[in-house]
Design a binder for this molecule. Structure first.
Ligand code: 5GP
Ligand code: ZN
Length: 112
C-alpha cells in the first residue's frame, strides 16, 4: 500500500518526476537527486514502510525481489566493477525519507 504523504510513494505513482532506470511490479529504481557517488541510484519497494522493523510479508517479498534484481540493474548502470548498498534506518543513520530505500553507490572507487 502506498502513502499519499510520502515523497517516494509520489515518485512511484509518477506524481513527482524522477529519472527511472528500472521498474517492475514490485520495485522502482531511480537516480538520486543529490548523488553521493558517480552512480547513485535508489531502489524502492512499491509498498510504503519506513523501517525494516515495520516490514510486513508483502514488504519482505518485495525487498527479497529488490536484492535479487540489484546486480543486473547495477551492472547495466555503470557499476560493472562493484557497488555499495546502504539502507539508512532512523535518526542516527540520518534517514531523511521515511520510505525504505536501498542506496546503490558506484561508478568509481569508493573510500570506506
Ligand atoms: P536517506 O537519507 O533517507 O537514506 O536518503 C534519501 C535520499 O533521497 C537522499 O540521498 C536524497 O538525495 C534523495 N532524494 C530526496 N528527495 C529526492 C527527490 O525528490 N528525488 C530523488 N530522485 N531523490 C531524492
Ligand atoms: Zn512511501
Amino acid at each position: 500500500m502506498l502513502n499519499d504523504n510520502c515523497l517516494f510513494c509520489k515518485i512511484i505513482q509518477g506524481k513527482i518526476p524522477s529519472s527511472k532506470v528500472y521498474e517492475d511490479e514490485y520495485m522502482l529504481v531511480f537516480k538520486d537527486i543529490e548523488p553521493k557517488a558517480k552512480v547513485h541510484l535508489l531502489a524502492v519497494p512499491k509498498t510504503h514502510f519506513a523501517l525494516l522493523s515495520d516490514m510486513d510479508g508483502e514488504g519482505a517479498k518485495m525487498l527479497a525481489h529488490i536484492f535479487k534484481k540489484i546486480p543486473e540493474v547495477a551492472a547495466a548502470n555503470g557499476c560493472e566493477k562493484g557497488y555499495r548498498l546502504v539502507i539508512n534506518q532512523g535518526e542516527d543513520a540520518g534517514q531523511t525519507v521515511h520510505h525504505l530505500h536501498v542506496h546503490i553507490l558506484g561508478g568509481q572507487t569508493l573510500d570506506w
